[in-house]
Design a protein around this ligand. Sequence first.
Ligand SMILES: Nc1ncnc2c1ncn2[C@@H]1O[C@H](COP(=O)(O)OP(=O)(O)OP(=O)(O)O)[C@@H](O)[C@H]1O
Length: 231
Amino acid sequence: MGIVIKDLTKKYGNQLALNKVSFSIEQGEVVGLLGPNGAGKSTLMKSITNAIIPDNGEILVNNSSVNTNPIETKSQIGFLQENNPLYMDMYVKEYLEFVMNIRGEKKQRVAEVIAEVGLTPEQHKKINQLSKGYKQRVGLAQAILSKPEILILDEPTNGLDPNQIIEIRELIREIGKNTTIILSTHIMQEVEALCSRVILLNKGEIVADQPIEEFKGQYQNLEDAFQALTK
Ligand SMILES: Nc1ncnc2c1ncn2[C@@H]1O[C@H](COP(=O)(O)OP(=O)(O)OP(=O)(O)O)[C@@H](O)[C@H]1O
């Protein structure tokens, strides 16, 4: 169960974005995916969600191959992309009902998810009227609408103010109680607050994969580890 990745390689033209990346994530783990800009994090997340096709390697989601069973594996994954693309002219509830229809979910799930992410008072507002923090809640709501076993979050608190960051983190912590999460972020504090393990990518390769506690024994803090391992 969980995710197994073997020898994943992806090139864009001559640019090697992922080079024989292998790791596995157990069900229920909350894993921080770190790395400098251009390290290959988004390429890895998009490969798991089948948004891009890698050149080589294998991705198994709950023992099922993303390559050969894309519909089945996609239905088990929720994805909040970087910059959270939303239909800004739609109303919150209307948008989530639209997503519900595409995914074949029951109407009742929309009300549930709106309550889960704390959007009940905002559900009749237009998405473009919402603050950035509330827009992220809408993004999270669509990501968890199908009750995915696995949630992939690409920089979910990017651009939020400190209060909004805390609110979104709380939501992620709550969701992480019964969901496997891969969280990409540049905020080390966030990783320490939410994750039990870190996978550190640099130039398309894994340079560290271990529990956060182990970094603490080897480095002053996670920031030092990041700097030392991604030079
Ligand atoms: N569609 C694309 N076409 C060409 N090159 C790409 C494409 N997407 C990514 N790359 C390149 O692949 C490498 C890995 O990019 P990727 O976006 O996966 O990194 P990242 O770690 O997510 O970076 P960031 O933190 O900036 O989002 C980079 O060198 C990037 O320029």
